[in-house]
Design a protein around this ligand. Structure first.
Ligand SMILES: [Zn+2]
Length: 269
């Protein structure tokens, strides 16, 4: 599953290739990906030019003349840039540009979403209106306030995009390790000091992963030819049985919030 750093890599790569491209036509082969009015999707977007591509959390935002397209890749969504080749059966939405280039949205699981919204008020509309702040913008006191009555494990709170956006399974494991917090701890038992450590660990984990282009592991492979290098920096995620880089205790794998979670049982309490 692509997480914030991988989506940021996709954003940067797409922006280099698609800036100033004008949409000529759109081929919709699996309409369920489009969550706003299907009938007007193509007619509204034809002749609009891509001026910028932005990102909030794990959402990509294509900024056009009067509208934006807000996209979420969910489990398996990826983009290919092609032209004139036969369609693959997993290519569901094809944006055709006046230059002849095509942007093809490919999604084996078909969980991805696209919303076309007005450029004037898309931030106030679903889905972005529901999104929490990214760790770098989040005040640790606000984070503490939002979790301190919750009975859920802290891992579940960190994965909740309404509370804090941009962290998925990989980066939550790394964040909890750096903050020395065990993923099964109940959110209501996290102290103010630990909330501060968690926000600061999440900020540095994401910044480093963005700098390295994300993590390329079997759950998400790059379609645009860009490979991340953060997999070389992982402390605990995927490291079951290997020694903890701080204390040498073997890393264990447990299930928390329905997700495989990697933990140092001695550093994380
Ligand atoms: Zn350890």
């Amino acid at each position: 599953m692509p997480e914030l750093p991988e989506v940021e890599t996709v954003r940067r790569t797409l922006l280099l290739k698609l800036k100033d491209e004008t949409i000529k036509d759109i081929d919709i082969r699996y309409p369920n990906i489009i969550k706003t009015d299907l009938k007007s999707f193509t007619s509204v977007l034809i002749n609009q030019t891509i001026h910028d591509i932005d990102r909030m959390g794990k959402y990509l935002i294509f900024i056009l003349d009067q509208h934006v397209i807000v996209m979420h890749l969910r489990m398996e969504g990826k983009f290919y840039i092609k032209s004139h080749e036969p369609y693959d059966k997993h290519e569901h939405i094809i944006f055709k540009f006046k230059s002849g280039m095509e942007l093809r949205y490919h999604d084996v699981r078909k969980f991805g979403t696209m919303h076309v919204l007005s450029k004037d008020h898309y931030l106030d509309e679903y889905p972005l209106s529901e999104l929490g702040l990214e760790p770098k913008d989040l005040n640790p006191k606000d984070f503490y306030q939002r979790i301190h009555r919750s009975e859920r494990p802290i891992k579940a709170s960190l994965l909740d995009q309404h509370i804090i956006s941009g962290l998925g399974n990989i980066y939550v494991d790394e964040t909890l390790f750096l903050a020395k917090v065990h993923p099964t701890r109940l959110s209501k038992n996290i102290t103010k000091k630990e909330a501060e450590s968690l926000v600061s660990a999440a900020t540095s984990v994401l910044a480093k992963a963005v700098r390295l282009g994300g993590t390329t592991i079997r759950s998400y492979t790059s379609s645009l030819g860009v490979h991340g290098r953060f997999q070389n920096e992982l402390n605990v995620h995927t490291k079951k049985g290997e020694p903890c880089p701080i204390c040498g205790t073997p890393i264990i794998k447990i299930k928390v919030a329905g997700r495989g979670s990697y933990v140092c049982p001695s550093c994380q309490t």
